[in-house]
Design a protein around this ligand. Structure first.
Ligand code: AHM
Ligand code: MG
Length: 334
């Protein structure tokens, strides 16, 4: 085994040294995210055992009610940050309004928007799920209470974004605007170890990812583009392979590593698509851009959108630079 394994804690310390004016608050934020990730990982990895834990004596005899995993993940993140003094407010997919910090504790300079456990339809099938997060600097004055307005900032203003993927191994992937780095959890020592430094997405891939079950409601340009990707034209590298997990984090993670394109477009039934701008599309768009890829609604760059609502939905086309550009050209044909 290599003896110079780079832990997340050391990576954060090194980053801080490179930015001597940093106050340490930001590093504390990342440490807190990694702690939440480990706690959620622990629950996710024993999810399949929940119904039989009584047999192994790991559950009390009264058989405590087992919490749903997405609720558990939400409460874990809220509890971990509420008392941290690092944030001025949070926003979660699981809660309608913003989550204020306790009034009697110090408030921090950052907002945190998150999807605590994305891909929830996959939980019971033992398929990958993830946590997505997005951090902005607050807009309002530090001596006032944060409002929803602090969250309605374009994605390009994120100071950190990332996700945790609970998969064959658990990974934390994030960017603070200096490249995208991936850390893999070694559960035996409870540490995230740097496994993917400065991830770069291939400029073009060979995989497309879309829920084709929605094809009946697609507009003509999307139909034409997907038909193009399926055409028999080996000289142009076609057809592409199709992969769709139905967990955004997992589908994005594959796209980040292998290249290609993921689409959740708007259609006749859901004109704005399904995915949420602030804590799904925008953080992944930040990572894509940092890795040399791109994210678009089909017409506009995701990172340039001015959000209007906390839970607003947005069509998402994300992946390799050239693939997204080609999709845009199909979608914008006169
Ligand atoms: P969720 O937040 O309810 O889990 O929904 C988001 C998920 C994404 O992970 C995934 O990309 C998408 O929904 C899949 O939707 P569909 O089942 O319509 O293909
Ligand atoms: Mg979600």
């Amino acid at each position: 085994m290599s003896h110079d394994a780079h832990t997340l804690s050391r990576f954060i310390m090194d980053e801080e040294r490179r930015h001597p004016r940093a106050t340490g608050g930001f590093s504390a934020l990342l440490s807190q995210i990694s702690l939440a990730a480990k706690v959620i990982h622990r629950e996710v990895s024993r999810a399949g055992l929940v119904d039989i834990l009584g047999l192994t004596g790991q559950e009390n005899v009264q058989g405590e009610e087992v919490q749903k995993l997405d609720i558990f993940a939400n409460e874990t993140i809220v509890a971990m940050f509420e008392t941290s003094g690092l944030l001025c407010a949070m926003a979660s997919e699981e809660e309608e309004g913003i989550i204020p910090m306790p009034p009697d504790l110090p408030h921090g300079a950052y907002t945190l928007a998150f999807d605590p456990l994305d891909g929830s339809s996959n939980i019971d099938a033992n398929v990958n799920i993830g946590t997505i997060f997005s951090i902005h600097r607050r807009l309002s004055a530090s001596d006032t209470l944060a409002t929803e307005h602090d969250f309605l900032q374009p994605g390009r203003q994120q100071v950190c974004a990332g996700y945790v993927l609970y998969g064959t191994s658990t990974m934390l992937v994030f960017s603070t605007g200096h490249g995208v780095h991936g850390f893999t959890l070694d559960p035996s020592i409870g540490e995230f170890l740097l496994s993917h430094r400065d991830l770069q997405m291939p400029a073009q891939g060979k995989i497309y990812s879309i829920n084709e079950g929605n094809a009946a409601w697609w507009d003509e340009p999307i139909r034409t583009y997907i038909a193009h990707l399926k055409s028999d034209d080996s000289e142009r590298g076609l057809p592409y392979k199709s992969r769709y997990i139905g967990s955004l984090v997992a589908d994005f993670h594959r796209t980040l590593l292998y290249g290609g394109i993921f689409l959740y477009p708007g259609d006749r039934k859901a004109p704005e698509g399904k995915l949420r701008l602030l804590y799904e599309a925008s953080p992944l768009a930040f990572l894509a851009q940092q890795a040399g890829g791109h994210a678009s609604t089909g017409r506009r760059a995701i990172l340039e959108l001015e959000p209007e609502q906390l839970h607003q939905r947005v069509p998402l086309i994300i992946g390799s630079r050239d693939d997204v550009a080609e999709a845009e050209s199909f979608l914008n044909r006169p």
